[in-house]
Design a protein around this ligand. Sequence first.
Ligand code: NAG
Ligand code: NAG
Ligand code: NAG
Length: 408
Amino acid sequence: MVSSRWISVVSFVGIGSCIPVFAEEDSLQASIIDTSTLDGKLFVGYQAWFRKPFEDNGNSHWTTDTPTPEVGHVGIDMIPNITGYPEECLFDTSFTLPTGKPAQFYTNDCKGIVDLHFNMMANYGISGAFIQRFYGYINEANGGWINILNFAKTAAEKYGRGFAIEYDLNGAATGSTNVTNTFLADLEALDSITSSPAYMHHNGKPVIEIWGFGIVTEVTADDGIAIVTALKNAGWYVILGVQQAWHAELAADQPGGFGPVYKLAHMIQPWTVGAYDINNYDEFHDGRQAIEDRNALQQLGLESSIVVWPGGSSSNANPSEAFDHFPRWNGTFYQKQLDGAVNLKPNFIFGAMFDEVNEGTAIFPLLRNRELPTNQRFLGIDDDMEPDIYLRKAGDAASKLATASQLD
Ligand SMILES: *[C@@H]1O[C@H](CO)[C@@H](O)[C@H](O)[C@H]1NC(C)=O
Ligand SMILES: *[C@@H]1O[C@H](CO)[C@@H](O)[C@H](O)[C@H]1NC(C)=O
Ligand SMILES: *[C@@H]1O[C@H](CO)[C@@H](O)[C@H](O)[C@H]1NC(C)=O
């Protein structure tokens, strides 16, 4: 299943406008980022997979079980605040707001949406986005995902942000597909996108991230070795998004384990979504991140990225999952992680995710509790908080990390 990015503590659950948006004029972060290095930056993951049902693709991601989101058939727990979105990119749903009007959702590959989202990143000082590219959709016939990449390129160039491609291994399986070949052919076809001046480089190479070795176990370790070796030989700087307990596999060195794949990476990014909650975050930070991860990375001579996330809820997509499984605690959970990450000074911080409302990790403006539809259960941000609070926190952390990194 393509959307599963969820690791629970107890279980692994599959699962254009030029007008400044939200930020006040005086807080605009107009500076253009340096795309030659990831160091000292904060990037967000960008799913960009929310589309109007039936219009150009059956898979809209607003829902998981039917082609259209309606009461009882919706795959999101949180609802975007669509203030400032281009009218022609919105559509009515059957969810009724307290005002009596229908809640409106957006179509990601409608011109103007990706532009607006990058405009927000620029306004709050977020460095840019890692655009998710799902293995299962790489060869999608109608080209919707290529549209997203082209929009991201244009918007990143326009707003002085950076972007990079992040492959998500969901949908890939060694034995039924040659993953190496698929990636190499895809990257060749995407040359007009990765040659953009806004495309991120690091240590002189263009950046590519692959998410999921050791998590999407349909891709074997031997295949992983072949894939990473081929990408490095083709000149890419390779970041691996891996399971948070990745060094346990290094130590064990079991046959079939992913340790040999991790060792080949240039940079490791342990995936921590669902790995802790507000009560055991400090322990995770002080032990796992500050000691175990750091030691392992130093020994292997690898660079690092730390993942932060605001909280999580995926009960509409996964009814077996508890509602508000990882509460946001009014932004304090996110703030703790941002501070903790800045303190460890990784090469860059990865914000999971900009727009992930399926799993409730989105940081873009969302409806507050009192603004939610009344005919289906959703999770809102707290009533006394500004809709842009999470963007603001991410941007502040980006600026703190930039300062901390310059002090090295
Ligand atoms: C959405 O965000 C805007 C801008 O902050 C705010 O004025 C509005 O009250 C929020 N809620 C709704 C339902 O639009
Ligand atoms: C996949 O394709 C590459 C060529 O790009 C080849 O070297 C490799 O052997 C193939 N892998 C398998 C498992 O067939
Ligand atoms: C979060 O804010 C709400 C009001 O929106 C308040 O009722 C609640 O007590 C706050 N929770 C925490 C943990 O601060």
